[in-house]
Design a protein around this ligand. Structure first.
Ligand code: PMP
Length: 431
């Protein structure tokens, strides 16, 4: 077989740089060998399992039905009949895309209506819709904060997209211990004379399912005149009596400066948002690069999301059911002796320690008909790998009980950890 040199496979304008290109590709190939390829060889690759059905409480994988506990479609809105109908109607009217960025040729009435509904839902003056939650966090933070004059004080477990926003904007930041209000107070106190302060937290932490101590954060923000910016990705549609998020859960609805989040989890579609004062949102709409230079959400997605918000308002039974299911799952896992950390939401981590154990437990559960997700380093700290369980309103009580008995059985299916290697005898001649 003829082997190709980099010069032959690369376009002519790269011909003088073959070494650096092959180094770039080498890095990727080395990573693959060490990570996904190794997991595949060990029969432990459980990422990107192909769904042959919609992402509901039951899914089809490889022709087999599994109970789905790995989806963030918390309220089941992704396939709610009224939501689907609204999307189909909008596709009939407007087609499948917006055709442009919002500023130039892509703004539809449905975009404006969606943003008004988000603002109403979050108790703010206005909102901006982005193409994803990731983009929302990246664009909002990097645009709003300034590297010259601001300092962000962030919880150590905030989502990667918030951190990427700080990095992209080169915003100085200091980290406080997870949900530790004494440490937050100390970090604020020692930063107060160095710039304008912004506290950045998740509402519900995506890998832990616990909730930011918003009442204390709010008090500290007042004490130090700091802005509060919260990512409500896993709380929107889920937390609070009406599903309006973490602020509503704590009786602080409408009091948080900027609330961001995704439209892809509780709200069942795709997209992200930031909600806050009208003039700030207007500024973002004209300057946030992730908005200005990126195509608008399809009108059909907006219609689906608006219909989803109608369902949340008019069918409160879904939210009630979600919490009944999550409570049952949390209690059951604890009774079985699993460590679920401080979870008090629909996200329930089963913390097992080693990455390998998380993969093995996920594989055992998959074999027993339960779909959960393994979460390993670097998504979580070393030694805190977990199986992430997310509960949906559309699970039945029987589904939850089945999952619990599968967990009980699955732990007996994990191979015992390999014995520690015996300490090597010291070679006296060398020592
Ligand atoms: N914030 C948090 C806390 C998340 O968990 C996620 C998604 N995993 C995002 C933001 C990004 O949202 P999206 O998937 O819509 O980009």
């Amino acid at each position: 077989m003829q082997t190709m040199t980099p010069l032959e496979i690369n376009p002519p304008f790269l011909a003088d740089k073959p070494r650096s290109i092959s180094a770039i590709f080498d890095k990727a190939r080395t990573y693959n060998k060490k990570h996904p390829d190794q997991l595949k060889a060990d029969g432990l690759y459980l990422y990107m399992r192909k769904l042959e059905s919609s992402s509901e409480s039951r899914v089809i994988v490889n022709g087999r039905e599994l109970l789905m506990f790995g989806s963030n479609n918390y309220l089941g809105l992704t396939t709610h009949p009224k939501v689907k109908q609204a999307a189909m109607k909008a596709i009939e009217m407007f087609g499948v895309g917006a055709g442009s960025v919002r500023l130039l040729g892509g703004t539809f009435g449905l975009h404006e209506e969606l943003e008004q509904r988000i603002a109403q839902f979050k108790g703010t003056e206005a909102a901006i819709a982005y193409s994803s939650g990731y983009v929302s966090n990246l664009a909002t933070i990097s645009t709003l904060l300034s590297k010259q004059s601001d300092i962000a004080i962030i919880d150590e477990r905030i989502h990667a997209s918030l951190l990427d926003g700080l990095r992209f904007g080169q915003i100085p930041f200091r980290v406080f211990d997870h949900n530790d209000m004494t440490d937050l107070d100390a970090k604020l106190a020692s930063s107060v004379d160095k710039g304008s302060l912004t506290i950045i937290v998740d509402g519900v932490y995506s890998m832990d399912g616990d909730v930011a101590n918003l009442p204390e954060i709010y008090k500290l923000a007042q004490k130090y005149k700091a802005l509060v910016l919260i990512d409500d990705a896993h709380a929107t549609g889920v937390m609070g009596p009406k599903g309006r998020g973490t602020a509503e859960y704590f009786g602080l609805h409408g009091k948080i400066d900027i609330v961001m989040g995704t439209l892809s989890k509780g709200l069942g579609g795709i997209g992200g948002f930031a909600a806050g004062p009208a003039d700030i949102i207007d500024f973002l709409k004209h300057t946030a690069r992730g908005f200005v230079f990126s195509a608008a959400l399809p009108p059909s997605t907006c219609a689906a999301l608006i219909a989803g918000m109608d369902v949340i308002e008019n069918e409160p039974e879904w939210l009630i059911r979600l919490h009944e299911n999550a409570n049952l799952m949390r209690k059951g896992l604890q009774q079985l002796g699993f460590n679920i950390g401080q979870s008090c939401s629909a996200v329930i981590p089963v913390i097992v320690g080693e990455d390998l154990t998380a993969y093995q437990l996920t594989r055992a559960l998959h074999a027993l008909g339960i779909y959960v997700s393994p979460v390993a380093f670097p998504a979580v700290r070393k030694g805190t790998a977990r199986v992430r369980v997310s509960v949906m309103a559309t699970h039945s009580t029987e589904d939850i009980l089945k999952a619990l008995s599968a967990f009980e059985k699955a732990r007996t299916m994990i191979p015992a950890p390999a014995p520690e290697p015996a300490p090597k005898e010291i070679d006296q001649k060398v020592a």
